[in-house]
Design a protein around this ligand. Sequence first.
Ligand SMILES: Cc1ncc(COP(=O)(O)O)c(C=O)c1O
Length: 367
Amino acid sequence: MFEHLVRKVVRDIDPYAWELSSEAVAAKHGLRVREVIRFDLNTSPFPPASWNAAMEAARADGQPNEYFDTSYAELADLFAAYYSVGMDNLIIGAGADEILDITTKTFLDNGDRVIVSTPTYSMYPIVSEQMGATVQRVPLQADFAPDIDGILAAAQGAKIIWHCNPNSPTGNATDPAAMERLIADAPCIVVVDEAYAEYVGWSAVPLIARYPHLIVVRTMSKAFGMAGMRLACGIATPDVIGMMNRVRPPNSVSRVTARVGAAALRDIPAMRANVAAVIAQREPFADALWEIGAHVYPSVTNFLLTRWENPAIAQSVYEFLEARGMVVRNFSSHPLLPGHLRITVRTADENARLLAALKEWREQRER
Ligand SMILES: Cc1ncc(COP(=O)(O)O)c(C=O)c1O
């Protein structure tokens, strides 16, 4: 058929794996789609406070038949103020994944090598391999801290170090001094993916002024509650941004998304209040999960990595929750994280629903 026409690197890629969609879970278990709660994607339970007004403004704008301003000038202005950088330090795209993709198109040739810590966000290998690059994995240390010396040694002759901070799925942050050492001593581009930065409260963005090989990726998908709208940006020196803009798809951010994003960026206190509400849930939720029998790792994010007695038990927890419309991230048979499940911290009510189901699961097991 057509398979021989597909690039070999694409045929060889291990694609990104999602849990079932809410529609599929609802159909499988006879639920309504809106009853399904996503504990698997580290999204926020709160849409932006400005959501309704912004959608109304987008409707009043009209013009779905016309392209939007490809410079996204209004958004760039607001992002620049939020991150305290210049507008020429920014590239805007449809989610962090697009910024990662643009980064590989800018820097990677066939045969180049990139470095990832492992386990980490699984898109870094995919976007790198699609360009024909090879991926060298450096295991995290026992406490999930990155092995900075190991990364730096591996990075000799490499093109990109991908670094997720705080890291997913482990939920810990890199020590700031270790982060600066990693960036200062790296012989190549360092991409720091800060998808969860708002939860930890510090960022590598100020380091861009000193390190021209640093690219920081930020997204509106997590703390800002906009995953379904697709909006993110990359932050780097104007020279790096200029190169990345050469391969940026010019219209990937829709005018509706731009409207909603601009309104959300004008209301930073509302975002911070939502972040605080989730963080307030984190420790009680973790304590209750311990109580049920999970090992819960420390987290500075909006999600908790949990370890269960063995992979079969983790799988049974996963299935029990899924049947009740609660989807967690299943690492039960992951080679590096056997018996692990990652659980997003959501509202008090939603977390309580998950805990009630887990208590039911435990009672059934003890019977
Ligand atoms: C570490 C990390 N980076 C990037 C992304 C993708 O974010 P976006 O929705 O902005 O594409 C995710 C989403 O889960 C993530 O966890």
